[in-house]
Design a protein around this ligand. Structure first.
Ligand SMILES: [Zn+2]
Length: 465
């Protein structure tokens, strides 16, 4: 009796793990070569620098049967994108749905065989955006797949089966491939790794990421508690200690939940260097914009003894071009063309944030047409604090009043650098970069079109010595 139970247990485990570990993304020789060539530059890509958050355009394509039935519900797509963003903000990447959903009504593609991909893509791909196709199921010959994507240089296409899109790990995993991440067990899909357990060859073996432990391919070796239960050894006889929680492993899907810092760095590098051509489709301006669209524009001046602080723009982050000594006083002025709610937050490298405006007896509401209006007032100056490094000054222009105390609490409770914490806290309330035009003039200026989202952030990083 006991033996019979044991047998069944193993049998079920074997089946379920096998069914769970298929990923259809394949590395071509050309892609592997390009990624090897990028390796030295990647090693010198500094992940300690705070960078602007890049908006990545995504076109959603939903397959329905020819009778228009069988579509995934919209809220499930929104949940999937928002879950994706909760991970990728750490790589300074935010996915923004670029246009309405494209519904494709074709029963032949509904339960999708990968051999039809060229035809599907040819008729539906939008150029230079990520085309995310959500089909009912995916098969490659006899094998059922949850999803697959392409490494760079490769198609801007991610295919996902409906049943896997909300499992919390397949979509981030496939996007990981799109932004240059290998499986933690390395280049081959179903083989093992060439990385040593002590990771001494981590730059040239395995997944080429040095803070992911060497992984021998753990498909079938992860128990219900997400523990690795294999006994595999490397070529020197050392036991592997892989991470079954890593998003890029062949662990069970429910266990995969995290990327490492090194993986975030690699994805950020890939977004800037190998997916830099992505752009939001240009749309004709409609004669009459819907009433929920509002233009926002304004500018900031940061001055030390009446002299402006000089800055350079990095995506959506203004960086001071010179350093200032601690204790330096500066003033902040604002000009605005619309009536807006304005909040000013200061933060240092230790992630201590303070609300600098409005002060307790002030209102965040600022009426339109102010020219060089001092914040929080004419008799105030800001002072750079004693923590050496970077200070962040963040001005939020908002169409609506914000629950600023809750926002300050949330900012203190999430992880990452200041930009990442800001995006994690405000998320989809922030106007996407495609709708903002940041300008570096004598002052720091922007103009934006706010639709459902309504906050334009202006973040200035000031180095102090
Ligand atoms: Zn994969």
């Amino acid at each position: 009796m006991r033996q019979a139970t044991l047998f069944i247990f193993f049998f079920v485990t074997f089946l379920s793990n096998n069914a769970k570990s298929q990923c259809g993304t394949i590395v071509t020789d050309e892609q592997a070569k390009m990624m090897e060539e990028a390796q030295p530059r990647l090693r010198s890509f500094n992940n300690k620098i705070t960078r602007g958050v890049i908006d990545i355009p995504v076109q959603i394509h939903v397959l329905r049967k020819s009778n228009r039935k069988g579509a995934i519900q919209r809220y499930r797509i929104q949940e999937a994108i928002s879950d994706l963003n909760s991970h990728f903000i750490n790589a300074n990447i935010r996915f923004v749905v670029a246009d309405k959903i494209n519904y494709i009504d074709n029963s032949m593609f509904y339960d999708f065989d990968v051999k039809y991909e060229e035809e599907l893509g040819r008729d539906n791909d939008v150029k230079n955006v990520i085309n995310l196709y959500i089909v009912n199921s995916i098969s490659s010959g006899q094998i059922a797949l949850c999803g697959y994507a392409y490494f760079p240089p490769g198609n801007d296409r991610v295919l996902m089966s409906k049943s896997c899109i909300n499992n919390g790990s397949t979509l981030p995993h496939e996007m990981g491939h799109y932004f240059m991440l290998y499986h933690t067990h390395g280049i081959s899909n179903n083989g093992s790794t060439d990385e040593l357990a002590d990771q001494s060859n981590c730059h040239i073996a395995g997944d080429r990421v040095c803070d992911t432990p060497a992984d021998p391919n753990i498909s079938g070796y992860v128990d219900d508690n997400c523990h690795y239960n294999g006994k595999m050894k490397d070529s020197k006889g050392e036991y592997y200690k892989p991470d079954p929680l890593n998003m890029m492993s062949y662990s069970t899907k429910a266990c995969r939940q995290r990327f490492t810092k090194g993986q975030f760095t690699r994805m950020n590098y890939a977004a800037l260097n190998h997916r830099e051509y992505l752009e939001f489709p240009k749309k004709e301006v409609k004669a009459k914009e819907p009433s929920n669209v509002l233009a926002l524009s304004g500018s900031l001046m940061l001055e030390i003894a009446d002299k402006p602080i000089s800055t350079a723009l990095n995506v959506n982050l203004f960086k001071s071009t010179e350093g200032y000594y601690k204790g330096t006083n500066y003033q902040l002025y604002l000009s605005n063309q619309q009536t807006v709610y304005v909040y000013v937050i200061g933060s240092n490298l230790e992630n201590e944030s303070n609300l600098l405006f409005p002060l307790e007896n002030q209102s965040a509401l600022i009426f339109k047409g102010k020219e060089k209006f001092a914040l929080p007032g004419n008799d105030y100056m800001y002072q750079m604090d004693d923590v050496k490094g970077m200070d962040y000054l963040c001005v939020l222009y908002s169409r609506r009043p914000l629950q600023i105390n809750n926002i300050m609490d949330d900012l203190g409770n999430v992880e990452g650098n200041f930009m990442q914490r800001l995006y994690k806290t405000l998320g989809s309330k922030l106007v996407p970069l495609k709708d903002v035009n940041y300008k570096k003039e004598d002052s720091i200026a922007f103009s934006a079109v706010a639709k459902d989202n309504y906050i334009v952030p202006i973040v200035v990083e000031i180095e102090h010595l």
